[in-house]
Design a protein around this ligand. Structure first.
Ligand code: 4NP
Length: 172
């Protein structure tokens, strides 16, 4: 990323109502807190479209609100072929999501496909699906997403700082 360019990141899970809306809200909040809000275009989507048009799960809205982040205005949507061109990085919450994104990638798609915790340097651990569990699962997912967002932001900013000025850097 050159000094003025934006990095476009799409966070992806299965339903786009529990994990990826939290990742969208938390990563955006962390970027703003660290003074890098303008450097990122951030969105989220699901590999499935069952919840398209719906707000995030009330338990995700609640855990985000407890940490001072409002994700209530988000609406779920399904990943589209255009997302592979619009976003530089599609970040899957778990290995299954990354496999689905890989299988559906249009030929010649430019986007990098990444596993969230792995690309944050936290090991290839999945962000578990909290949908069928209790509220404590949402707090644990929030914590993982917070840690991964801080680590990923630091990595992306370090990469940008070391890139030659005026020249786009690789996302690999
Ligand atoms: P998410 O969680 O992928 O983190 O949004 C889920 C939400 C809904 C369903 C599964 C997972 N569902 O089966 O409807």
């Amino acid at each position: 990323m050159s000094a003025n360019a934006q990095t476009a990141i799409l966070f992806v899970c299965l339903g786009n109502i529990c994990r990826s809306p939290l990742a969208e809200g938390v990563f955006r909040a962390v970027a703003v807190e660290r003074g890098h809000g303008a450097r990122f275009l951030i969105d989220s989507a699901g590999t499935g479209g069952w919840h398209a048009g719906e707000p995030p799960d009330p338990r995700s809205i609640a855990v985000a609100a407890r940490h001072g982040i409002d994700i209530s205005k988000q609406r779920a949507r399904k990943v589209t072929a255009a997302d592979y061109a619009r976003f530089g990085i599609l970040v899957g919450m778990d290995a299954s999501t990354v496999s689905i994104l890989t299988a559906r990638a249009p030929s010649g798609a430019g986007a990098r496909l990444a596993h969230f915790l792995e690309c944050a340097g936290l090991g290839r651990r999945d962000v578990p699906d909290p949908y069928y569990g209790g509220p404590e699962g949402f707090e644990a997912v929030y914590r993982m997403i917070r840690d991964a967002s801080e680590a990923l932001l630091a990595r992306l900013c370090a990469r940008d700082a070391s890139a030659p000025s005026g020249q786009a850097s690789s996302t690999t």
